[in-house]
Design a protein around this ligand. Structure first.
Ligand SMILES: [Zn+2]
Length: 110
């Protein structure tokens, strides 16, 4: 497939293997511009898509890729919901550590 640098308009001819179906970032070796190139999973299917719809899909893919990249950069995902029922737990649980104390005193006796 052919790639066109959006900055300096340098053209690159690459094999389809270089660009996966979901697309990838490529970098221009002339001007160092980096841009996203979407893959061509099915040329026939692409022809069936209305050009307007296709550009919307392009935006969707780019947004998703950007989100994925942001995800990879932060690497730390916020916890979904860290046990949302502390209110339901009875106070009896906090009494357990207190029970352990007499045992340690027993050991001192021995
Ligand atoms: Zn370029």
């Amino acid at each position: 497939m052919r790639l066109l640098c959006p900055k300096c308009y340098e053209e690159y001819e690459v094999t389809d293997d270089v660009i996966p179906g979901e697309g990838r970032d490529v970098q221009c070796s002339v001007c160092d511009e980096t841009w996203f190139v979407e893959g061509e999973p099915a040329p026939l299917a692409r022809r069936a898509i209305d050009p307007g719809v296709f550009s919307i899909l392009q935006q969707e893919v780019q947004r998703e890729m950007a989100a994925r990249q942001a995800d990879a950069q932060t690497a730390i995902k916020p916890a979904p919901a860290p046990a949302p029922k502390p209110k339901l737990k009875p106070k009896a649980q906090s009494a357990e550590p207190l029970r352990a104390k007499p045992e340690t005193q027993h050991k001192k006796h021995h």
